[in-house]
Design a binder for this molecule. Structure first.
Ligand SMILES: O=P(O)(O)OC[C@H]1O[C@H](O[C@H]2O[C@H](CO)[C@@H](O)[C@H](O)[C@H]2O)[C@H](O)[C@@H](O)[C@@H]1O
Ligand SMILES: [Mg+2]
Length: 252
């Protein structure tokens, strides 16, 4: 059946000594036509707030998005985050560590914007340290945008490509979601807890591997045959239902 993964069981119930890491787009929230068009349901904010309290703060968002965008989307919540595919880390004490943008990036962004103007509906998302080229609204732009990103690697030493849903991104190669989850697990209140990571995309695979190596629970949203995830849920709505069910019958 569409959306169900016959090879991976749903995740088990969690305990209060787990640490919960959650991807955003395609995992907590359905995709939208443009990055700024996603809708975070009010009930999800309540669920995350309750879960964070239940886990004594050991809940983090792990996303390709920027920290300030995540804070805006989930306000008034201000959770620990691993943003920019692992290149910005805000720990529970509020301290932010971020990879420094490369000097060559503004010229690459300008050239990408010029290219996108030639393909109606194509988008360039300038995230400072990284750049995302989107073709969700114009599938024919996939080939030129991918070719641009591959060629731009030569202008951005130390960068790698990060493919995703209708997007190709240029990100520094020195970190990923797996290293970010590992770094958060060194910090209170995550330290010593068994990690759980929910994600949907290729950028989430290093996170799944980090969690698996620590005896944790890896949860793929959707279906992907070669994923390292050991559990699956079909879509963001079922993730929200699962999260909402976790604290039922328990007091924080
Ligand atoms: O790691 P995530 O939290 O899943 O973020 C991954 C990227 O998500 C956003 O792009 C994706 O979602 C958009 C809104 O639904 C959609 O229009 C786009 O096609 C998707 O690729 C975000 O814009 C990127 O910056 C994130 O890296
Ligand atoms: Mg995602």
């Amino acid at each position: 059946m569409d959306g169900l993964d016959a090879t991976r069981p749903p995740p088990p119930a969690l305990h209060r000594d787990h640490a919960l890491f959650l991807d955003i787009d395609g995992s907590l929230v359905e995709f939208a036509s443009r990055p700024e068009s996603i809708v975070v349901p009010a009930a999800l904010r309540s669920t995350l707030s309750r879960l964070s309290e239940w886990l004594d703060g050991a809940l983090a968002l792990v996303s390709g998005r920027e920290v300030h965008t995540i804070d805006t989307l989930f306000a008034p919540l201000r959770l620990p985050v691993a943003a920019l595919h692992g290149h910005a880390l805000r720990t529970a004490d509020g301290v932010l560590r971020q990879t420094t943008p490369i000097a060559a990036m503004p010229a690459v962004v300008a050239d990408a914007a010029t290219l996108c103007r030639q393909h109606a509906g194509a988008l360039v998302e300038d995230k400072g340290v990284s750049i995302a080229l989107h073709w969700r609204n114009t599938p024919a732009a996939e080939i030129p945008l991918r070719a641009f990103a591959e060629a731009a690697l030569a202008r951005l030493p130390g960068y790698r490509l990060q493919p995703g849903h209708c997007v190709i991104e240029l990100v520094p190669a020195c970190a990923d979601k797996g290293s970010a989850i590992a770094a958060l697990l060194e910090e209170p209140p995550f330290h010593g807890r068994r990690p759980v990571f929910v994600g949907d995309d290729l950028t989430d695979e290093p996170g799944f591997r980090t969690v698996n190596a620590r005896g944790g629970i890896s949860v793929l949203v959707g279906v992907r045959a070669d994923s390292a995830a050991r559990h699956a849920l079909p879509d963001p709505a079922s993730v929200r239902d699962w999260l909402g069910s976790l604290t039922h019958g328990e007091s924080a």
